[in-house]
Structures are given as structure tokens and as C-alpha cells.
Design a protein around this ligand. Structure first.
Ligand SMILES: Nc1ncnc2c1ncn2[C@@H]1O[C@H](COP(=O)(O)OP(=O)(O)O)[C@@H](O)[C@H]1O
Ligand SMILES: O=C(CO)[C@@H](O)[C@H](O)COP(=O)(O)O
Length: 470
């Protein structure tokens, strides 16, 4: 008796690799696995390959899987030589060393509006094109050896295909739109911007349509095109127009599925594409779940206790404010900033006040992102809260007051990997739309808006010390 047709989805995210195996027809979870990634903002892609192998093994292998697709952290610069070998470790989305290159590139093209017009994105250090310029300036020999440039998910898809030649590299609209040299609005590469940044041209992955097959694995499984993790999450959640997804992972992300591309000359909103043929205007911060990790470490408690402490303090933490720029910041563009604690008094020097201020600080950054998205025309119907940080009860309960809207928290899950699996099922079926998988249970959180928390944060968010040596 033959069983259900199975598909697999991969989330190769900043901190780990997750694999889900699902029933292609119903979406039912069959099995899953995960493996950690190394720390740091510079990682050899081989480490992602090893983590993928380990996560696949933990998920029971792919031998019985008919199709697989990869969602991955966006923007990372993977440089390959003529032979397809990795030239140097990849610089990740949260590596800020190319901040100066970003400023130079923006000025060279005549400012933010010119970039927003050209590719829908105003480059900051996260965006791939700035990393190419950094490479050309700081490691010219590595830049000269670079024959092809791709992204983390592209490289893993290529590896799953058995690493055929450079000409077989493929990507999708969602991830291509985060490079700074592919325009979601026109659907085409700006190879001149690659040449400007890198000093010469390079092979770039062919951009596939949302359900176009990317080939097969040596074992015969169909490969979906994959996507950036945020586009994959939107697909996994079944987000549609009016839905805003707030993700608290390593990055903090506010994004919305849209029918028209965004082009924000201020650079706050990135004009990305989604994984279904539409668009995904998106705001991203560098500091999200790790702000909770760091605060828990400071207080010597686990996440459950951090959450309990945060909920024990009053809203606004009696004026204590954490500015959470622990990694510098991307939105607003403050690559050289550090975090800060403002408003310390004897009465606010308690673990509960600090826990509350940390949760509120990270949420204030996301609330600013939501405002920016709305200013670009997004409509806010449902706000879906996902990512590792959404497992915190304090985050879930404080989010509606800081964001100023109710939030819906889907059952904790791996929505990026789920989106990739759904895409794999779509590519396998050849249908005009992704399979209609049942949505998961969700919980709704409401609270009175707390504008005073945001006002106090806005008053101090620029009062931060530079990073040493900046
Ligand atoms: N219960 C929790 N409360 C707060 N943070 C959590 C909790 N569980 C996990 N996290 C944090 O979430 C992050 C991982 O989230 P995830 O969305 O998987 O990130 P990424 O996709 O960027 O790798 C880690 O920093 C982890 O410590
Ligand atoms: O840079 C962005 C979006 O532009 C990040 O969202 C990365 O895609 C990493 O995502 P996580 O690992 O935090 O999920």
C-alpha cells in the first residue's frame, strides 16, 4: 500500500537549520529535524550544508520525499569561483562591516531615491550589493576570483541539485529582490550595479517563477525555487493582502503581502518580492530575539522567568527604556550604534523593570517599522506574530499595547520551513496556486495602546554611544 506523497521544506536561518516533512495534499506534519548554525556574522556556506545534512538526518531523511525547497536567511554574500568553490566565508545580513560601502554606493547613484527607483531598496550594510563593494575594496584578490554571486538559499538549492555548473545556479523573486541588484518592479537584474560594486561582472542565478522547478536532487526529488526566509514565512502562514507579519527571530521583521511594489526613498521599507508572484514590502531590524537572550543572560534567568519578570513590572517600566541596538542597527540605519539603558533610578533598578524595558524596547523598534510600512501604503488587517521571540508570553501580551493593534499568534511552528514545503508541493503539482493547506490554531491578544511608551522611547532612541573604534 503506498502512503501519502511527501514534501520537505528547509529553513536555513541565521541561528539554525530546520527541516519539516509534510503530506503534500493536506500539509499534515509527518516529521521534522533541526541542527544549529555557527555563531558569527561571517560563516562558510559549508557549515550550512553540514547543518542541512544533520537536520535532514534528524528529520528521517529525504529518500521518500517527492519534492523539496529551501527558505533561507536573506542577503548573505556567497562568492563562487569558476570551479564553483566558495571564495571566502559568506558575509551575513547582520554583518555591518559594509556600512561605509553602503554610504558610498548611495552617494554614487545620487541618493536614496535613485536606488529606490532602480531596485526598490536603498542599500544599507545588510544588502548584498554593499558586501560586494566591501570585498572589492578590502579583499581585491577574492573579488577578482569571484565568478558567480548567489545567496544562502541559492547555494543550498544548488548543493541539493548535486552542484552542477555555475550556469545552473537559480534563485527566486523573493530572495533576488534583497540583493540590491534585482528590481522587483521590473523583474530584472541591474548587472551594471554588480559591476559598479564588484568591479566586474559575475554569473548571477537565473530568477525562477514562484512554482517553477529548479531541477531535481540526485535521488530524483523535484526542487522548488525556494525563497528568502521572510517570503517563505508569508507563504507558510498563508498571508494575504491586509495581513502584516511581525517576526521576532534573530532579525525583527514587519512585512506585508502587497499587489504593488514599494519604493521608499528613506530606505526604511525595502521593496522586496514575495514567493507567490506578488510583493513583500518589509522593514527589518538587527535586534530582536537576541535582545531577550541578552537580557535573560544579564539577569541570570531563563526565558520563562524573563517573561514573568517583564509582566511583573508596570507598562512603561516607570520610565526605564532599553534602546536595543546591541548589534548596531539597520532600521533606523545606525550600524555603529550600541544599546543603551535610560531612566535608571533607584526605583527602576530592578530585574523586573529591566526585563519589561527590554521587551518594550524591541517592540518599539518594530512599532516604528509598522508605522513606516503604513506610510508606504500597507493596510493593517490582521497582525501575525511569529518567530522564536513570539514564544515569550510577555512579548505576546505586551505587543498589542506597543504596536497599538491586536495581534494574532499562530501556534508556535516553523513557518519558514512550512512555506518552503508548501512551495515544494506547489512546484510538484504544477498547479496555478499553492495547495490549500489547513491553517493552524491561533490565539488573539488585545491590550490598550500605550502611546506614552513609544513617546518615551522616541525621545531617547538616538542617545546612544558609538561602538568602540567606530
Ligand atoms: N520562549 C522564548 N522566549 C524568548 N525567546 C525565545 C524563546 N524561545 C526561543 N527564543 C529565541 O528565539 C531565537 C530563535 O528564533 P528563530 O525564529 O528560530 O530565529 P532565526 O530564524 O533567526 O534563527 C533565539 O534567539 C532564541 O533564544
Ligand atoms: O535581513 C533580513 C530581512 O531583510 C533578515 O530577516 C534575514 O532574512 C534573517 O532572518 P532570520 O534568521 O532572523 O529569520
Amino acid at each position: 500500500m503506498s502512503g501519502p506523497v511527501l514534501v520537505a521544506g528547509v529553513d536555513s536561518s541565521t541561528q539554525s537549520c530546520k527541516v519539516v516533512v509534510r503530506d503534500a495534499a493536506t500539509g499534515a506534519l509527518v516529521r521534522e529535524g533541526r541542527a544549529p548554525h555557527p555563531d558569527g556574522t561571517e560563516v562558510h556556506p559549508g557549515a550550512w550544508g553540514e547543518a542541512l545534512d544533520a537536520a535532514v538526518a534528524a528529520a528521517g531523511g529525504l529518500d521518500d520525499v517527492a519534492a523539496v525547497a529551501v527558505g533561507g536567511q536573506q542577503h548573505g554574500m556567497v562568492c563562487l569561483d569558476e570551479a564553483g568553490e566558495v571564495v571566502r566565508p559568506a558575509l551575513l545580513w547582520n554583518d555591518t562591516r559594509s556600512a561605509g560601502a553602503a554610504r558610498d554606493l548611495v552617494a554614487e547613484l545620487g541618493g536614496g531615491a535613485a536606488w529606490a527607483d532602480a531596485v526598490g531598496v536603498v542599500p544599507v550594510a545588510s544588502i548584498t550589493v554593499t558586501k560586494l563593494r566591501w570585498l572589492a575594496e578590502h579583499e581585491p584578490a577574492a573579488a577578482a576570483r569571484t565568478a558567480a554571486v548567489c545567496l544562502p538559499h541559492d547555494w543550498l538549492t544548488h548543493r541539493l541539485a548535486g552542484a552542477p555548473g555555475l550556469d545552473a545556479l537559480v534563485t527566486d523573486r523573493g530572495d533576488a529582490s534583497g540583493t540590491g541588484y534585482w528590481s522587483a518592479a521590473s523583474g530584472s537584474y541591474r548587472t551594471d550595479l554588480v559591476e559598479r560594486a564588484l568591479g566586474h561582472g559575475a554569473v548571477l542565478p537565473r530568477v525562477l517563477g514562484p512554482a517553477e522547478r529548479a531541477g531535481t536532487t540526485p535521488g530524483g526529488a523535484v526542487l522548488g525555487p525556494g525563497s528568502g526566509d521572510n517570503a517563505a514565512a508569508a507563504l507558510g502562514l498563508g498571508a494575504g493582502p491586509g495581513d502584516v507579519v511581525v517576526s521576532i527571530g534573530t532579525s525583527g521583521v514587519v512585512s506585508a503581502v502587497a499587489d504593488v511594489p514599494a519604493a521608499d526613498p528613506s530606505g526604511a521599507v525595502a521593496g522586496f518580492a514575495d514567493a507567490t508572484g506578488r510583493f513583500l514590502p518589509l522593514v527589518c531590524t538587527l535586534n530582536a530575539a537576541r535582545v531577550l537572550d541578552a537580557t535573560a543572560r544579564l539577569l541570570g534567568v531563563d526565558h520563562a522567568e524573563l517573561s514573568r519578570l517583564a509582566l511583573a513590572a508596570p507598562a512603561g517600566a516607570d520610565g526605564l527604556v532599553v534602546v536595543p541596538y546591541l548589534e548596531g542597527e539597520r532600521t533606523p540605519d545606525r550600524p555603529d550604534a550600541t544599546g543603551a539603558v535610560h531612566g535608571l533610578q533607584l526605583g527602576t533598578s530592578t530585574p523586573a523593570h529591566l526585563a519589561r524595558a527590554a521587551v518594550e524596547g524591541l517592540l518599539c523598534g518594530l512599532a516604528d517599522g509598522l508605522d513606516a510600512l503604513v506610510a508606504q501604503g500597507a493596510t493593517v488587517g490582521r497582525v501575525l506574530l511569529v518567530g522564536g521571540g513570539a514564544r515569550s508570553e510577555a512579548v505576546r501580551r505586551i505587543a498589542p499595547s506597543v504596536l497599538g493593534v491586536p495581534v494574532v499568534v499562530p501556534e508556535p511552528g516553523e513557518y519558514v520551513a512550512d512555506g518552503a514545503a508548501r512551495q515544494a508541493a506547489w512546484a510538484l503539482s504544477g498547479a496555478g496556486a499553492p495547495p490549500a493547506w489547513a491553517s493552524t490554531a491561533e490565539q488573539r491578544y488585545e491590550a490598550d495602546p500605550a502611546p506614552s511608551v513609544r513617546a518615551r522611547y522616541a525621545g531617547v532612541r538616538d542617545l546612544v554611544a558609538p561602538r568602540p573604534g567606530a
